[in-house]
Ligand binder design. Structure first.
Ligand code: APR
Length: 310
């Protein structure tokens, strides 16, 4: 039997995620949105691509939650996206309300599901979903590090004229301006990046990675990135559905790891069929540890604002 994956929010990120999952063929998909007709229309359109892309999976759209019952995985992308001049944090309270509502509805009907949150500001939203759902940390994870790392790897591969597949890297910390590209663990064909690029070039690529989301927002003007974000979600889904035990940078609830207690932050985790199987602790330089702490402090501030408002 195919898995069942619910995608909440049928906007740019949600619909592209649904399309990518449908094309994998390993899961039936339920696409949920509040806009009447829109998730139904997109789902039908994707379904009709089945004969061409070779997928026998089913996909339906809905404005309610009954159809989501018994999902193995729930991906939450609902919310408002950034417009030019807005930071991810500007979305905080609006998206908090949306995430709270949809998490309640979805987890009630799929109490054993694994939840992946994509909505920004990511680390605060996944923390809110964690608190609302009461799920164990193994089954509630945020997508951000896969995307940030993909951006970093893209820029490094371009700079060095090598395949993206040969650039190994991790971007940890919060999904925001305080994200932490771990230069010490960045290698190209096994060689440390510090041997291949002068510091100023590397610094500017790190900065471009931090600003990667904003660069796309400034170009699009009417929304934010969705092709690479949805690809990031699907890399996580692959690892869970196919029990691949991939080690991927994801936002996870830390309980002492990396010196952080009680907050979500981007760290390398092992993902398999039961969700988060292990948090991998890599050695950080004192600078990297300090940057990670700074990014956790930023998340902590947002979580405090959310707690005060509720
Ligand atoms: N229930 C279900 N869907 C909702 C709800 C809700 N309560 N509130 C809003 N939505 C839907 C909107 O109707 C819209 O279709 O969420 C969708 C969001 O889609 P887009 O506006 O296209 O935004 P998108 O680019 O997909 O980004 C979604 O992901 O990467 C993050 O920062 C991004 O937080 C944003 C999220």
């Amino acid at each position: 039997m195919l898995k069942k994956i619910t995608v909440i929010g049928a906007g740019q990120v949600g619909a592209t995620t649904a399309q990518r999952v449908f094309e994998r063929g390993y899961a039936d998909v339920v696409l949920v949105d509040i806009v009447e007709g829109m998730p139904q229309g997109k789902a039908l359109d994707i379904l009709e691509s089945g004969p061409v892309v070779g997928s026998d999976a089913n996909i339906i759209g809905t404005n309610g939650y009954d159809e989501t019952e018994g999902s193995d995985i729930v991906v939450i992308t609902s919310g408002i996206a950034r417009k030019p001049g807005m930071s991810r944090d500007d979305l905080l309270l609006t998206n908090m309300k949306i995430i709270g509502d949809v998490t309640k509805e979805a987890t009630k009907r799929s109490p054993d599901s694994i939840v992946i949150v994509v909505t920004n500001p990511l680390d605060a939203m996944v923390q809110h979903a964690f608190e609302v759902s009461g799920f164990p940390r193994e089954r509630i994870i945020g997508q951000s590090g896969v995307l940030d790392t993909a951006r970093f790897r893209t820029f490094l591969a371009q700079e060095l004229g090598v395949s993206v597949r040969d650039v190994q890297a991790y971007v940890l910390g919060g999904h925001g301006d305080t994200m932490v590209p771990i230069v010490g663990y960045t290698t190209v064909g096994g060689r440390p990046i510090s041997e291949l690029l002068p510091k100023d070039r590397l610094d500017s690529i790190v900065q471009r990675t931090r600003d990667g989301g904003g660069e796309i927002v400034a170009l699009l003007k009417t929304g934010s990135a969705y092709y690479a974000p949805s690809a990031g979600v699907v890399e996580m889904l692959d690892s869970i559905v196919l029990d691949q035990h991939r080690i991927l940078p994801c936002s996870a609830y830390l309980q002492g790891e990396y010196g952080v207690n009680g907050y979500f932050a981007g760290v390398p985790v092992k993902l398999g069929s039961s969700g988060l199987e292990e948090i991998i602790e890599i050695n950080l330089s004192s600078d990297e540890q300090a940057m990670l702490q700074k990014s956790v402090d930023a998340v902590e501030e947002l979580v405090e604002i959310m707690h005060k408002s509720s």
